[in-house]
Unconditional design. Structure first.
Length: 152
């Protein structure tokens, strides 16, 4: 391989390393959690969906817990925590915050579940921590969680 090509490849690998380390080290947002019964609104970028959003492209359905809402909530949390590449950040009586990491690039997405006291549905928010577009990953994740919960 010519020396010029080796130098180009080396620079590309160094750049990729910085990208991976930067993505893996992205700070946890400080606006997460429940405030006045609401999860944080999605930013204007297309890399976030929430059941508490009304904007097209960002709105997903809340997850119906069934007749025994307490048992449904427990089961839903178990489903989410059991998924691949999940780290639990907060597990409370009415709130769950987990981080999902992508397999290759280690990008972090924050997923939050919120069940208002006595409610028979759980609100969900899934958002990429970095970047602008997620190529629909967060919406697909919410659909996968909904499907896994229905099948559990």
């Amino acid at each position: 391989m010519p020396v010029g090509n080796m130098a180009g490849w080396s620079l590309a690998l160094i750049g990729l390393s910085f990208l991976v380390v930067g993505c893996a080290a992205a700070k946890r947002p400080d606006n997460l959690g429940v405030k006045d019964g609401q999860l944080a609104p999605c930013p204007n970028s297309p890399n976030c969906v929430s059941s508490q959003e009304s904007r097209d492209g960002k709105k997903v359905e809340p997850i119906a817990l069934g007749n025994d809402a307490d048992a449904g909530w427990t089961r839903l949390k178990r489903v989410v925590i059991g998924m691949d590449r999940v780290t639990v950040i907060a597990d409370e009586s009415d709130y769950l915050h987990v981080e999902f990491r992508t397999k290759l690039m280690k990008f972090v997405d924050d997923v939050e579940l919120y069940r208002a006291p006595g409610a028979k549905v759980t609100h969900i928010r899934s958002a990429s921590r970095e970047g602008y577009s997620d190529l629909g990953v967060n919406k697909k994740r919410v659909k996968a969680i909904q499907k896994a919960f229905k099948g559990s």
